[in-house]
Design a protein. Structure first.
Length: 279
């Protein structure tokens, strides 16, 4: 299994307001590719036992990577919906998306994207001839990781481009597809290291580096946060859930030099103050 398909069914007296609220909340989680259904239809994602007024039930459908963060993300989405949809009844359902459907779903939504003035993320099945000043990262959606166009990832890329130096060594904690490692390497960093708790990460990162003709000076570790890391790094990046970042705070110092730069992303606005208090 690669992706899960998630459906939010909702009913209210003001369906247009509810729809916009749901769309805005999903955008906060970096979910932009949505299917909006404004009439009730019977399909394999319809579990309508909680709704008696089928004609008035609308829905929003989207895909999430089936990884270790998925259930937590869905739970946080549910909490946000409860906080912001006071006069709305809603339910969230999750259904499997088979392997064959996976590539088709991603090809619909994953297009060549310019992240900064110089950095472009390109799906490997697409031919893109960049200009002389562009750094093109060719990447595929993977079993459990994204493409690099998520808002929090894009922010990391902007900051990496701003702060990185060619003689630096870089560590990506929760490296996923290796997109931040790839960007750093193509910006001229000497060595990059990624660590992730998901064992699928190793093959995914290797495949993406091969797609970009990079065959050396990168390392991939399987482990929890910085537990298995002995070296210190000039640039440390982590784009993961804020609850995991909070756990990382207590151990981050072991991988830092005196003048290291740390980039954290994935912190929801409502959790920012609490996180900064612990930092």
């Amino acid at each position: 299994m690669i992706l899960k398909k998630v459906k939010i069914e909702y009913y209210s007296d003001d369906l247009n307001f509810s729809k916009q609220t749901i769309v805005d909340i999903l955008k906060e989680f970096g979910i932009f590719e949505l299917e909006l259904v404004e009439d009730f239809s019977i399909n394999k994602l319809d579990y309508n036992k909680n709704f008696n007024f089928n004609k008035k039930v609308w829905s929003v459908i989207f895909c999430l990577p089936n990884n270790r963060f998925m259930n937590k993300i869905i739970n946080e989405i549910s909490i946000k919906l409860e906080q912001n949809l006071n006069e709305c009844i809603f339910d969230i359902y999750v259904n499997e998306l088979d392997t064959d459907s996976y590539k088709d779903e991603w090809k619909k939504s994953f297009n060549t994207t310019k992240i900064t003035e110089n950095i472009v993320i390109n799906p490997s099945w697409n031919t893109y001839n960049g200009s002389d000043n562009e750094i093109v990262i060719n990447i595929d959606p993977s079993m459990a990781f994204g493409t690099g166009t998520h808002g929090t990832t894009s922010l990391c890329i902007e900051l990496i481009e701003k702060h990185i130096k060619k003689d630096d060594n870089m560590l990506d904690i929760g490296c996923g597809s290796g997109i931040l490692m790839l960007v750093s390497k193509k910006l001229g960093v000497k060595t990059v290291t990624g660590i992730d708790i998901d064992k699928n990460c190793y093959n995914v990162v290797c495949d993406n580096f091969k797609k970009n003709n990079i065959n050396s000076e990168y390392n991939i570790l399987i482990g929890n946060l910085v537990d298995n890391i002995k070296e210190k790094y000039d640039l440390v990046v982590s784009n993961i859930l804020v609850d995991v970042l909070e756990k990382l705070l207590s151990d981050i110092q072991k991988v830092l030099k005196n003048d290291s730069i740390v980039i954290f992303s994935g912190i929801l606005k409502e959790k920012e103050e609490k996180f900064l208090e612990k930092a």
